[in-house]
Every structure is written in C-alpha cells, then in structure tokens.
Unconditional design. Structure first.
Length: 421
C-alpha cells in the first residue's frame, strides 16, 4: 500500500497559520482521491494539535520533535532518515531532506509557495529570507521535483537555479476557512464592518503600496470604506523582524474609529465577543495572535480616519467572512505570497484590482484588473466602485475563476505527479 506523507509543519513565516489549514485540506483531499491501495499520512510536531479526518485513508502521526526546533534540525540530512523509502510532499520548503540512492524508493516533492525571499527579501528580514532560501537550495539539491503555485514563481526558480531544475506548477486552493462561512454575516457584524467596503491585505511599505488606495480614497469621497485585514502580508518592524506570538490587543467595545486618535493611530476593530464554537475547532483554524502593526499600516490621514478600518481576525474563518462581504479586493502589492486570500476572494465571487504583480495577474486572469501606477489604480478603483453593472460582471468572472481552484484538483495532480516520478 503506497502512502503519501505530508509534512504538517510549515515554514515559520507570516503564512504559517494559513499553510497549516491548507495542509489539512490537502491531506483530506488526497485521502478522498487516493488511488486503490493508497493513502495519505500527515505528520505533525510534538505539541501541535492534530486535525481529525473522517476518511480511513487519512492518518495523523506525531513526531518526537517540537515545532520550535524543526527549522534548525531539518537543515541536517540525518533527520531525514526516518523518511527513507517514503513518498513525501511538503507544502513549504521546510522539509527534512538528504542524499539518497536512486533505488531506495523515496520520492519527495516540495512546494515553493512564493518568491519573496528573492524578489523582496527585506520583507522577511535577513535571517528569515536566508533560511527560506537555504531550504529551497536543499530542495533543489535533494528533492525529486519542485512545485510552485504559479508560473511566476517557477520562472524565478529557473532564473536562480537554472533551467535544468525540475519545476512543475501545481495550483493551490483556498483553505476552507477562507471561503464564505455559513455565519459570515454574524461574523462581519461582530467585527463591526460596514455594509459596503473595499478589502485589502496590503501594507504601507514600498512593496505593499497602501498609499495608492489611501490616495484614491482622498481623491474620491464617494468610494466605499477600506477594510485592511492585518497580518496577511509580510511586514517588518524597524529592527527587521516581525515578532511572532505577541499578545493581541484586547478587543474594545464600540466604534474605535470614532475615538479621539493619536496622530499616528490606526483605527482597529476586533470581535465584540469570542465565537461560541471557537473552542470546538481544531488548532488549524486559529490564528497566532499578533497586535496590529502601526509601522506596517503607517499613519492614516486624519481625513480618512472614519473611512479606513484595520481588522484583527481572531480565527481564519473571520478572514473568510471579511473577504466574502467586500465589493472589491484591492491589492497594489509588487509581489504576492502563496495567494490564499486572493483564492478565498475569488471563491466568494469578489473581483480584484491589483498593481500588476505577476502572481495576482496569473491567478485572477479576467477576474482581475491591473493598474501599473497610483493614478491608474485610483481611476480603476473609482470606475469599478461607481459602476454597479461592471462590478457585477466582474463578480461573475471572479466566481467562475474561483471554481478552477479546488483541493480535489490539486490532490489529483499530486497523485499523478508522484505516479510519474
């Protein structure tokens, strides 16, 4: 019986919570689509809460190592010996690898979800960017094949490591929590969101280009409010690192944007009360609590304080609720991560206005519109938000495009890939 083993612990960056949810969904889809006499196995670190699968073809095993040491010890080939003879897939580059004989039966596929470590390494910080590149370099050397979610990332890998490196494109899908939840309206109400709004996950640095959206809002008072979902993009503090696991700011009752703000304050919203079902959900559905990052958001102009809202989701499902309620997704960034928020938006029929980054253009296709500079971005934002017919047409295209990305399709392709290695 052939078993495809998935690495359940992702690279420790800003996407780790989303990647855990994605790995869980991929494992379930692999079990559902498994060929006869095949199964899927998810391995998680000691101390990590393991997801529960309904399929007998999906197993979960716990490693004796804790999450905190994996990024160190997995750079040593000795730790890869327990996987000798196994079929292994990792959804991020953090995976134990070593040089094996050609006839030992091992197969390893490694996904490189984004190219930020090369395109904008300052967003990750020197140590994290170096660690990411080190793991990718090991995958280039020891893995059977590298996988990327877009041709844009594949092109970067070929440019860096040569055309001879085996790279294939394997589209990803939105984690279940980033799709429209059944209680989306209630979640948006708890977060205090307006009826109409534009949503973004961008930041105020030169790669995030949040200022493009703020300039458009200042130029057009009739545009809907802007909701910024905090924590879904790579951001840096002045010391070059974003702290992980810092306590979240306590939720405050009422409309915080109405309070008298300090000059550099950013209006924030958090759920008025915890979701009653949160305790019953698996740890893969939660978020590492991080306070809103004022450096990443930058100072919001006084004239926009009532029209810009920074939201701190407490669960991944909150993100799905936020995305699904927007009129439009605005993503002016110069580069893209794994693309999960975009995939979630498309799945809910939310079109995207982007800044021309290759990943956004490739995934959204005709469900997205590119604007290459701040002026064009403001013009397109106004056109879409003021033309209900055009926005509705784009929403239909977005929903149609979103149907192309499912974990079942990804699982089928992954099984086929390993069958052909």
């Amino acid at each position: 019986m052939a078993t495809l083993t998935l690495i359940g612990e992702p690279f420790p960056d800003w996407e780790a919570d989303l990647q855990r949810a994605a790995i869980r969904d991929l494992t379930a889809a692999l079990a559902e689509t498994a060929p006869r006499a095949c199964s899927a196995r998810l391995i998680v670190a000691r101390g990590s809460e393991a997801p529960v699968f309904s399929s007998p073809k999906a197993m979960v095993e716990t490693m004796p190592l804790s999450t905190s040491v994996l990024s160190l010890v997995w750079q040593n080939g000795t730790t890869a010996r327990p996987l000798d003879g196994e079929f292994v897939h990792a959804l991020t580059p953090m995976v134990p690898l070593r040089n094996r004989g050609a006839d030992d039966g091992s197969q390893t596929s490694v996904t490189v979800p984004h190219a930020i470590a090369w395109e904008a390494p300052e967003l990750l910080g020197p140590s994290q960017a170096r660690l990411f590149r080190n793991f990718v370099r090991r995958a280039v050397k020891f893995a059977d094949v590298l996988l990327t979610p877009t041709y844009a990332v594949a092109s970067v890998l070929h440019d860096r490591y040569g055309e001879q490196v085996p790279v294939q494109v394997l589209p990803l899908a939105a984690p279940e929590e980033l799709r429209r939840p059944s209680d989306a309206r209630e979640r948006r109400s708890a977060l205090g969101l307006p009826e109409r709004y534009i949503v973004t996950t961008t930041t105020a640095n030169e790669h995030g280009r949040l200022q493009w959206i703020l300039d458009a809002l200042e130029a057009d008072p009739e545009l809907p409010p802007l909701v910024i979902v905090d924590g879904l993009g790579p951001t840096l503090h002045e010391n070059g690192r974003r702290p992980k696991g810092t306590p979240a700011v306590s939720p405050s009752a009422g409309r915080t944007a109405d309070a008298a703000p300090t000059p550099d304050a950013v209006p924030t919203r958090a759920p008025a009360s915890p979701d009653a079902g949160a305790a019953e959900r698996s740890a893969t559905a939660t978020l590492t609590p991080i306070a809103p990052d004022p450096v990443a958001m930058g100072p919001i102009p006084e004239s926009l304080r009532q029209r810009v809202l920074v939201v701190r989701p407490r669960e991944l499902a909150d993100i799905g609720a936020i995305l699904s309620g927007a009129d439009l997704m605005a993503q002016p960034q110069t580069c893209m991560g794994s693309g999960y928020p975009l995939l979630g938006a498309l799945n809910s029929g939310i079109p995207v206005l982007h800044g021309g980054a290759a990943g956004y253009a490739e995934i959204s296709l005709d469900a997205g519109i590119a604007a290459a500079d701040a002026g064009a971005f403001a013009s397109e934002l106004g056109r879409l938000c003021h033309d209900a017919t055009e926005l509705e047409r784009m929403a239909v295209l977005a929903e149609d495009r979103g149907r192309a990305f499912t974990w079942r399709n990804t699982a089928w392709q992954l099984w086929e890939l390993h069958a052909n290695l």
